[in-house]
Design a protein around this ligand. Structure first.
Ligand code: ADP
Ligand code: ASP
Ligand code: MG
Length: 457
């Protein structure tokens, strides 16, 4: 079997979902499980309505919900025609009424909890998957809608829940496998899951890719396909450099580094389940389905270019900790990292001197609270609006003088931190966020004006 995941833009309207149905029909002989995201921008809209309700703005919350309802009804009606739409309309209506009730409840209690936020933000995938399943059935695809919350089990870290793989795999075998055995096409929402007790959770923004990988690994898929709005993984974000090249093939390790350091085309956790089961992952374009896309597999092909791609991760804060009261005593680093661990805050990059440590964290983490705790140990300052730029490629291992080549391409850039060697396939550094477009295009021009046709298109 294979897993086919379609992102928000691939299911943004009736025309897009119609294209998706045609793509799925071509693969029926491979026994696909289909995972869909919410319609494009709907998750943002749901989070905005949750925030409005939490702030007591009932009218705004319900108005946002009303426009989401209208968009889903008209998408479903365009896809299905009036008659078939009437068959699923009562279910959609009950879902949206439930959403409104929840929003009113949040306004009434005057508090938005992370748990309620997850129930609201996951609503988009609940309804998009029902609409896609109905559209497939009408187009002679034997689709069965499956509630992902009954299949994917997580802990209760709301907003970024962690899958419990053993239980999830059992449930997938119990709920999905029999459908595949009966030649059905299961259609599930990405991003959403629930705890063992059945409380809804989500896997973090962009998490539908992760859902697809969890399903693929759980059912031993022969391939996981991530269908999106670009031709594959590119040498950098095509929004930053329109002349970015498609990468034809890349290793799990390289792609994982790129995803972690900002290549939004793939959710950073996606490759972990695929690596464990050695399942190839393909990135494909639902608007250009004949294109070969990018193939991500265990071993990287040899390339004449030093790097495979450049990624940039914005919204980074640099935290500087200076031990003025004593020189780096034994156990100092441990006590600093304990503070980050206590706040469950992941650290991306670290650099140390004898008396100081600098680390980078995502700006949306609770930096002020972390700094307050660190201040008990040392002097602390932190600064946001930074970005990590990361160049990735297996050839870094075997090419001398890489850092000189990179930094001489951007000689006047203010570099705040540098890291090389940790993974051997990545060189990364921190710059001001505003400098990202210029720095990335200059690096791209330097390293990708000529590309190896075996590896890049
Ligand atoms: P989906 O909704 O299908 O999950 P996303 O918006 O999450 O799609 O990811 C696709 C987007 O990722 C592209 O439109 C592109 O702007 C961005 N992107 C960032 N870095 C890269 C890269 N290296 N290669 C391809 N796309 C990238
Ligand atoms: N709809 C979710 C989001 O926008 C998940 C996803 O699209 O992957 O974050
Ligand atoms: Mg995505």
């Amino acid at each position: 079997m294979i897993v086919m995941k379609f992102g928000g833009t691939s299911v943004q309207d009736a025309q897009a979902i119609d294209r998706v149905a045609a793509i799925v029909r071509e693969r029926l002989h491979e026994r696909p499980v289909v995972v869909v995201s919410a319609l494009a921008k709907i998750t943002d809209q749901l989070l905005a309505m949750a925030a409005a309700a939490g702030a007591g703005n009932r009218e705004m919350a319900l108005e946002l919900s009303r426009s989401a309802r209208e968009r889903h009804y008209s998408t479903a009606c365009d896809l299905l025609g009036t008659h078939a739409f009437e068959q699923i309309a009562p279910e959609l209506e009950a879902d949206f009424n439930g959403l409104d009730e929840l929003l009113r409840g949040v306004v009434a209690v005057g508090e938005l909890t992370p748990r309620t936020t997850d129930t609201i933000s996951g609503f988009g995938e609940r309804v998009s998957s029902k609409i896609a399943a109905a559209a497939f059935s009408q187009r002679n695809i034997p689709a069965t809608h499956v509630d992902s919350r009954k299949c994917i089990v997580t802990d209760s870290t709301f907003g970024k829940a962690i899958p419990q793989f053993e239980e999830t795999d059992e449930r997938l075998k119990e709920k999905i496998k029999p459908l595949l055995d009966r030649q059905r096409v299961p259609v599930m929402g990405g991003f959403i899951a629930s705890t063992r007790e059945g409380i809804p959770t989500t896997l973090g923004r962009g998490g539908s890719d992760f859902s697809a990988a969890i399903v693929g690994a759980g059912l031993n898929a022969t391939r996981i396909e991530i269908w999106t709005d670009v031709d594959g993984m590119m040498t950098t974000d095509p929004n930053l450099c329109p002349d970015a090249h498609r990468i034809k093939c890349i290793s799990f390790e390289e792609a994982a580094e790129l995803a972690y350091f900002g290549a939004k085309v793939l959710h950073p956790a996606t490759l972990l389940p695929a690596i464990q089961k050695n399942i190839p992952v393909l990135i494909l374009n639902s608007r250009n389905p004949k294109n070969e896309g990018t193939r991500i597999t265990a071993t990287a092909p040899k390339s004449r270019n030093i790097f495979k791609a450049i990624a940039a991760k914005k919204r980074i804060t640099v935290v500087d900790v200076v031990a003025t009261r004593m020189l780096m005593a034994h156990g100092f680093l441990k006590s600093i990292f304990e503070v980050f661990a206590n706040h469950r805050c992941p650290v991306d990059m670290v650099s140390t001197s004898e008396v100081s440590v600098s680390v980078t964290v995502d700006s949306n983490e609770s930096v002020a609270a972390i700094a307050a705790d660190l201040a008990r140990l040392a002097d602390v300052k932190y600064e946001g609006r930074k970005a990590i730029v990361c160049l990735v490629g297996e050839n870094i291992k075997s090419t001398p003088g890489i850092a000189a080549k990179v930094f001489s391409a951007i000689p006047d850039t203010n570099i705040h931190m540098i890291s090389q060697g940790a993974s051997e396939i990545n060189i990364s550094f921190v710059i001001d966020e505003d400098a990202v477009p210029d720095v990335v295009s200059r690096l791209h021009r330097t390293f990708f004006s000529q590309v190896d046709p075996e590896v890049f298109a």
